[in-house]
Design a protein around this ligand. Structure first.
Ligand code: SF4
Ligand code: SF4
Length: 367
């Protein structure tokens, strides 16, 4: 039965999504967007908001991945992995343990703590779990976000539920545009219609309330519940189920779409992990200053997991006025200003940062 596999995958998905913020790599959550510093911690590395090429790379990878999965596997995401489906299915399965009477009421009751956990998990992708738990009901921002998300998630799951999939979800609409005639879908075998018992078990179990016998329906979330329901009856008659998976997975489109997704993922990985551990930007400030005196703004990004002690210097015969012994925490940035005083003629100025095996040099003008 597909249901057993779906529940196993859904449980694994729920555990991964809830557990990921707790997985610390190089001292940071495996995946978290830090709002105050606008940086994304991603599996032991960091992407700064200024690194548009990496953000575009991530977006391209996901777009190709979505196209690949949808064209080849149809609505597999909707029926097997979407958090909305997972939460509704798991709460329904737990509710069934208490019997089938008042199933809907028990499910709604279970959705109250589940929605709270979802709300908390969403916050963990922005604020570290330990900090969230410490500041919940202490910090107004965290508390308000938690309560608003909790209520919104609960109302959506309890009262909109599967109707979200059929009427609002933008991914559902996009999928219809991506399907081709060989995409994996769940289809009723019309050629055997004469032997179908018309018992409508397949309709009764359908979570979106459609009749698969009437042909492909864009509301179908490919959950395979109708296959399982029909199989129970058909197997007694020595027949395969009437609704079943139909489509072709191994075909040229699968290779080139899968290849493009893998290439984008590999390029992104190489771009991310081949970046220098430290980046150093220098600009000259335009504010008028006495002759022989220039002011520069600098920014240093520490992309590494090591704290760095750096020394700011210049090989020219100039005097640096300001802090030039700098300490950068792992995955942090530092903005600063420094005055440079020259007693002899200098046209091009070089500014260095060095320390901890790092030596970077930037050239700028001196007026
Ligand atoms: S469950 Fe199977 S046999 Fe019954 S109506 Fe549906 S397709 Fe026909
Ligand atoms: S038709 Fe079948 S696969 Fe589609 S949503 Fe209904 S039960 Fe799930």
């Amino acid at each position: 039965m597909w249901k057993q596999y779906r529940r196993a995958i859904e449980t694994l998905q729920a555990l991964i999504l809830t557990g990921l913020p707790f997985l610390a790599i190089n001292g940071q959550s495996a995946l978290r967007f830090d709002i105050p510093t606008l940086k994304l911690y991603v599996f032991g590395s960091v992407i700064w908001i200024r690194e548009f090429y990496l953000i575009l790379g991530v977006a391209l990878f996901f777009l190709l991945g979505i196209a690949f999965v949808t064209v080849i596997f149809g609505r597999i995401w909707c029926g097997w992995l979407c958090p909305q489906t997972v939460l509704l299915d798991l709460s329904q399965s737990i509710a069934q343990l208490f019997g089938t009477k008042k199933l809907k009421k028990i499910q709604i009751f279970l959705l109250i703590p589940l929605s709270a956990l979802v709300s908390m998990t969403m916050i963990w992708y922005f604020v570290p779990p330990a900090e969230t738990l410490k500041t919940l009901f202490v910090s107004t921002t965290i508390t308000v976000f938690f309560l608003v998300l909790w209520i919104a998630v609960f109302l959506e799951l309890a009262f909109l539920g599967r109707r979200f999939c059929t009427s609002i979800c933008p991914y559902a609409m996009l999928q219809n545009a991506l399907f081709d005639k060989e995409t994996l879908v769940i289809e009723y075998d019309v050629s055997r219609d004469a032997t179908c018992m018309k018992c409508d078990e397949c309709v009764r179990v359908c979570p979106v309330g459609i009749d698969i016998k009437k042909g492909l329906n864009s509301a179908c979330i490919a959950c395979a519940e109708c296959i399982d329901a029909c199989r129970v009856l058909s197997e007694k008659r020595g027949m395969p189920p009437f609704p079943n998976y139909k489509g072709r997975i191994v075909r040229p489109k699968a290779f080139w779409l899968g290849g493009a997704t893998a290439a984008a993922g590999t390029a992104l990985f190489l771009l991310l992990w081949s970046r220098p551990p430290v980046d150093f930007l220098v600009t000259r400030d335009n504010a008028p200053l006495p002759s022989g005196l220039n002011r520069y703004s600098y920014t240093i990004y520490n992309n590494s997991r090591q704290p760095l002690a750096l020394e700011l210097s210049s090989p020219e015969r100039v005097t640096l006025i300001g802090e030039h012994s700098l300490l950068l925490q792992p995955f942090s940035s530092m903005h600063g200003r420094i005055l440079i005083k020259a007693t002899s003629k200098v046209e091009q100025l070089h500014l260095n940062i060095s320390g901890g095996g790092i030596s970077l040099n930037r050239e700028t003008v001196f007026l």
